[in-house]
Design a protein around this ligand. Structure first.
Ligand code: AGP
Length: 613
């Protein structure tokens, strides 16, 4: 998964590309590159400097010649070929005039490369993408213009792509196409842009348009036209954008992760805004599924990846408890390769911050193909997942930049829990009084999160004590279990330390063998009903020499007997506690990562949006 950007007709083409690449770094930062075109010549610069690739590219570009008004840029997350400059995009054809950038994977690249080699093409990288440059070169040699060359080339390639192509023989044109990987066009008077997302063009483009699957666009300074794979003209859909550049800036925080952690009360409050009508009924204006259809639901399947998968685990407890529906949680990357059962009345909910995670998109597409009604729970307006689905419920967390998801996670839980209440309301499985009570508790969560955020100094002190530790186990029971999974994921993601999340009761079935002095056990002990059980589990790990960090309620004094460190959070309704209990665990990961000198916003090997399988 990578970020792409392009511009035609700008006196500040290079600055546009470099600024855009900086904003696209969340999509990958193994290497970066740009290619500029003017009549008869293509100028290219590439750099592979890990997390500082775009900064290094900027340095190189100080030597760029004047007189280029169009170009393309790419920031890479390596799939085929090592993260080295030679594999960085843009890739050129044999003539050096055609340059391409690609986000996605060309699945039949090996066969195509073999064929192209036998026809005399010379390859300079180990990437799957380079075949595209040579395929277009062949079409160009045959006399087709750039648009037609790209259209014909799409017939040869299989896989996922957002592609953009320039050619020094048509220097005022960029041709781009999309299948699965995201692509957006932006326009301003006399300049036209494309990028993987809108923020890359903020401050420059004024109007935005979505390129849909199998659409090919031709950008010229005056605007953009589009065709489908048959060459028939199509109209691009205008995109409503309600985020601005300011939202994407740091506002005085050291990094986006700390900013986004602090924004969590707001993220949940926004997500819950206007969901309750005066008569007490719950409403989702954007959801596009009728009440009757929701009443007919007999089974719910939640598909997601990573942190969104942990939100799904939490939703399972809420939907089962409140709406009395059978719920399964599925790892999206596994779901669509099984032979999943989709019976009448199956509602499949795809949960994704970005709405562009390919595993989740594939899973929901498979479900839809088999007849399920698909609901997307998504943070990015008009993302692919949302567009594919029958219905969408937006989390309104705002732009999330840090690779480690925080505010989108709590917003997902809030959205899914209010959905659970709506299902309960329609099915009559809770009384109006209970629904009102739960809703009231849900609306109080932002304040509880704000209180939990005040644990930051205590967490910092604990992190200082733990800085030498290398092995972590996160444990919890009931809803403490998914919280433990998420705490462990946050820690490993940004500290690179070994961390595992376990159901506390499962520890004795194997992992207890790993507990010894030096291991840290982080326990979520906020559930009153399961407190005794958790205390026994903690006694077991204590007896084997582990250090214990407990996330406990403010009034819990018994925990002091077993925990070395206690992080106290306010009491929340047990079903809603995950949104509060996760706060000290996010902060712990953050403080440890900072203490270890890690780049918290851009952890190694990861990317914010995973658009490869
Ligand atoms: C979260 O901290 C991770 N970076 C990652 O697990 C993420 O949640 C996952 O890739 C799914 O992303 P999505 O929500 O955008 O689909």
């Amino acid at each position: 998964m990578c970020g792409i950007i392009g511009v035609v007709g700008s006196t500040e083409a290079l600055a546009t590309l470099l600024d855009g690449l900086e904003r696209l770094e969340y999509r990958g930062y193994d290497s970066a590159g740009v290619a500029l075109v003017r009549p008869g010549s293509t100028w290219r610069a590439r750099s592979a400097a890990g997390t500082t690739s775009v900064a290094a590219l900027r340095e190189q570009c100080l030597a760029a010649p004047e007189g280029y008004f169009s170009g393309i840029g790419h920031t890479r997350w390596a799939t085929h070929g090592a993260p080295e400059a030679v594999n960085a995009h843009p890739h050129l054809d044999c003539s050096g005039k055609v340059a391409i950038i690609h986000n996605g994977i060309i699945e039949n690249h090996a066969v195509l490369r073999e064929q192209l080699l036998t026809r005399g093409h010379v390859f300079t990288s180990a990437t799957d993408s380079e075949v595209v440059a040579h395929l277009i070169e062949e079409q160009r040699r045959g006399g087709a213009d750039l648009l037609e060359s790209v259209r014909r080339t799409l017939g040869d390639i299989r896989g996922a792509f957002a592609l953009a192509v320039v050619d020094a023989s048509e220097p005022d044109v960029i041709v781009a196409a999309r299948r699965i990987s995201p692509l957006v066009v932006g326009t301003a008077p006399g300049v036209t842009y494309l990028a993987s997302d809108v923020p890359a063009m903020w401050g420059r483009a004024e109007n935005f348009y979505v390129v849909d699957d199998d659409e090919i666009v031709r950008l010229v300074p005056a605007g953009c036209s589009a065709i489908d794979l048959d060459g028939t003209p199509v109209r691009l859909r205008a995109l409503q954008v309600d985020w601005d550049l300011e939202t994407a800036q740091l506002d005085g925080f050291d990094d986006f992760m700390s900013k986004e952690i602090a924004e969590q009360p707001h993220a949940v409050r926004n997500t819950l805004l206007d969901r309750r009508r005066e008569d007490g009924s719950i409403t989702f204006d954007e959801i596009r599924i009728s009440d009757d259809e929701l009443r007919r639901v007999r089974r719910v399947v939640l598909v997601a990846c990573g942190t969104s998968l942990h939100a799904a685990h939490i939703a399972k407890y809420a939907i089962e408890r409140w709406a009395r529906l059978s719920v399964e949680v599925e790892i999206a990357s596994e779901y669509h390769y099984r032979d999943p059962l989709v019976e009448v009345g199956t509602l499949v909910i795809g949960i994704s911050q970005s709405g562009e995670t390919i595993d989740t998109i594939q899973a929901t597409r498979e479900a839809k193909r088999r007849g399920a009604t698909v609901l997307a729970v998504c943070n990015v307006v008009d993302a692919s997942l949302a567009r594919d689905a029958d219905a969408v419920l937006y989390t309104r967390a705002g732009l999330e930049v840090s690779v480690a998801s925080t505010k989108a996670y709590v917003a997902q839980i809030a959205a899914l829990e209010i959905l659970a209440l709506r299902l309960a309301q329609l099915r009559g499985t809770l009384t109006p009084f209970d629904i009102d009570e739960h809703l009231g508790a849900l609306l109080a969560v932002p304040d509880l999160i704000a209180t939990a955020l005040r644990t930051a100094p205590a967490v910092r002190a604990v992190a200082t004590e733990l800085l030498g530790a290398r092995d972590y186990f996160f444990i919890g029971r009931h809803l403490g279990f998914p919280t433990a999974l998420e705490g462990a994921l946050k820690l490993k993601e940004i500290t690179y330390l070994h961390a595992e999340g376990y159901a506390a009761g499962e520890l004795k079935h194997g992992p207890l063998a790993l507990i010894e002095p030096g291991v840290v056990v982080v326990a979520v002990v906020t559930d009153e009903l399961l407190h005794d059980k958790m205390m026994s589990n903690l006694a077991e790990v204590k007896a084997r020499g582990a250090s214990v960090v407990a996330v406990a309620r403010e009034d819990d004094r018994r925990i002091d007997a077993v925990a070395d460190f206690v992080l106290r959070v306010p009491s929340a309704h047990p079903m809603l506690a995950p949104m509060v209990d996760i706060i000290p665990l996010q902060l712990l990961a953050y403080e440890l990562a900072r203490g270890l000198g890690r780049n918290v916003d851009r952890p190694r090997n990861l990317a914010k949006t995973v658009t490869v399988e």
